[in-house]
Design a protein around this ligand. Structure first.
Ligand SMILES: *[C@@H]1O[C@H](CO)[C@@H](O)[C@H](O)[C@H]1NC(C)=O
Ligand SMILES: *[C@@H]1O[C@H](CO)[C@@H](O)[C@H](O)[C@H]1NC(C)=O
Ligand SMILES: *[C@@H]1O[C@H](CO)[C@@H](O)[C@H](O)[C@H]1NC(C)=O
Ligand SMILES: *[C@@H]1O[C@H](CO)[C@@H](O)[C@H](O)[C@H]1NC(C)=O
Ligand SMILES: *[C@@H]1O[C@H](CO)[C@@H](O)[C@H](O)[C@H]1NC(C)=O
Ligand SMILES: *[C@@H]1O[C@H](CO)[C@@H](O)[C@H](O)[C@H]1NC(C)=O
Length: 406
């Protein structure tokens, strides 16, 4: 009964919601036609009927357009208590902390509506939304919490089983929670047993044991608890260089036994994704909605994080610069997002997960990391300033939820 409540309520409300939508959307479309010059051929043709055009659009491809008005109406500011210190670019005095908010994501051929916190809360009464993943998913979680707090301050800390952080918006009975996990699957240190074994006989002495078929206990109960889940897996935990292949290789286990011959990380990732998709499908409550978020790109320039790499730009990259940065042929520091995405796409293709494709829009935003103000020994060109681009990720989430529920 409970899982369906939120969604059913939306369906009931749909009739009432449609009228204002039509009233708003039609003049907007007319306006857009007038403003957009020269006319570009949109990737998906707009249809003039009803509320459909937004659904057909590919929000993932587009460009960042200057939006002078955005800066004067911040979605939230540095006073939002949930912002992790190192990500609070406004409070930390990042040079362009405010300017980086003067951009709006403009998908080719349509608009991505800005998340309206009042409507979001209203739509998701009696609902529970869980973010499952690494610190980049926490970044997105905090963004949503801060946006919604602007509309409703009556919030109580509340953590469902295994969650790292969680809040309930009391007036709406909406729960948001963050479940921390890097690889999705369970992993821990491994060292050779004196009694020997298959890995020992191949010469392995130490590393990380990664159980591809066991979900991290931090989120194992999340699919039966939440109505909506947003997954990601380690933005760079699966990067070729993260686990030293000699000193601390990833050693994959399935059904409690080492996989022999040992797999390289990309093959281990495929196996882990396969098992986790099966697990979530079985464990998810009826009518639950599952999203998988694509990889968040890094923007280290002039070296990797431990090689004095930095991200000092004041503007988003141009599309040419994006290609230079992330082209697989460039073999650059920041390559893992597209590499891992390739595996994600293969695993998710035939699944019932919705893909939140935030990679391309984020690849432009070399200007929006905490950089030197992240409070670390090295520059933080990996996480995002809050407020910042992850607010737009949540716009994408909200738009997808509207599309699913209507
Ligand atoms: C994400 O969207 C971009 C732009 O449309 C596309 O190039 C890329 O292949 C997509 N990635 C995934 C994993 O779907
Ligand atoms: C809050 O929402 C949950 C479903 O997420 C539901 O089971 C519960 O009855 C609701 N509580 C109140 C007081 O509305
Ligand atoms: C939320 O749950 C409460 C108690 O279960 C119920 O009275 C209310 O109608 C529900 N609201 C929606 C929008 O489903
Ligand atoms: C920096 O770290 C990467 C792994 O993240 C490693 O491949 C590289 O060798 C390191 N560079 C130095 C100078 O230690
Ligand atoms: C490779 O990427 C770096 C940024 O990481 C960029 O500065 C450089 O111009 C790129 N090189 C090529 C050949 O595209
Ligand atoms: C990329 O770098 C790796 C090692 O850092 C090297 O083995 C490979 O040949 C390089 N590829 C290209 C296209 O430069």
């Amino acid at each position: 009964m409970p899982p369906a409540i939120g969604l059913a309520a939306h369906v009931r409300r749909r009739g009432a919601a449609l009228l204002p939508l039509v009233v708003l959307v039609i003049p907007l479309l007319v306006l857009l036609r007038l403003v957009s010059s020269p006319p570009r051929s949109p990737s998906v043709p707009l249809r003039g009927t009803g509320g459909e055009p937004q659904r057909a659009c590919n929000y993932a491809a587009g460009e960042w357009a200057p939006d002078a008005s955005a800066g004067s109406r911040l979605r939230y500011d540095q006073t939002c208590k949930e912002i992790f210190k190192g990500w609070n670019c406004l409070a930390n005095g990042k040079r362009n902390g405010r300017e980086l908010l003067h951009w709006r994501w403009k998908p080719a051929g349509c608009d991505l509506p800005r998340l309206d916190p009042h409507r979001f809360l209203e739509r998701h009464r009696n609902t529970s939304i869980g973010f499952v993943g690494d610190s980049l998913n926490r970044n997105m979680f905090v963004s949503l919490v801060c946006m919604l707090r602007e509309a409703s301050g009556e919030v109580r800390k509340w953590r469902p089983a295994g969650a790292d952080h969680g809040f309930k918006f009391l007036r709406y009975n909406l729960t948001l929670a963050y479940h921390r996990t890097n690889l999705l699957v369970h992993y821990g240190r491994w060292s050779a047993s004196p009694n020997g074994g298959p890995l020992e006989s191949l010469g392995y002495r130490q590393g990380y044991r990664v159980d591809v078929d066991i979900p991290d206990q931090t989120w194992a109960e999340a699919p039966s608890f939440h109505d909506v889940l947003i997954f990601n897996t380690g933005h760079w935990w699966w990067a070729p260089s993260k686990f030293d292949p000699v000193q601390s290789p990833m050693l994959f286990f399935e059904k409690g036994m080492p996989v022999i011959p040992p797999l390289l990380p990309p093959a281990g990732l495929d196996l882990a994704l396969k098992h986790m998709i099966i697990f979530v499908n079985k464990a998810m409550r009826p009518n639950g909605v599952k999203f998988f978020r694509t990889q968040s790109p890094r923007h280290f320039e002039g070296g990797d994080w431990n090689e004095s790499g930095s991200c000092q730009r004041d503007h988003p990259l141009s599309s040419e610069e994006v290609e230079d940065f992330f082209a697989l042929e460039n073999n650059s520091t920041n390559i893992e997002a597209r590499l891992v995405n390739h595996h994600l796409m293969m695993a998710l293709e035939k699944s019932t997960f919705k893909v939140l494709n935030i990679t391309r829009m984020s690849e432009f935003r070399a200007d929006a990391h905490p950089s030197t103000t992240g409070g670390k020994k090295h520059d933080d060109c990996m996480h995002w300033c809050l407020p910042g681009p992850t607010d737009t990720w949540n716009d994408l989430l909200a738009a997808n939820l509207v599309a699913i529920e209507s």
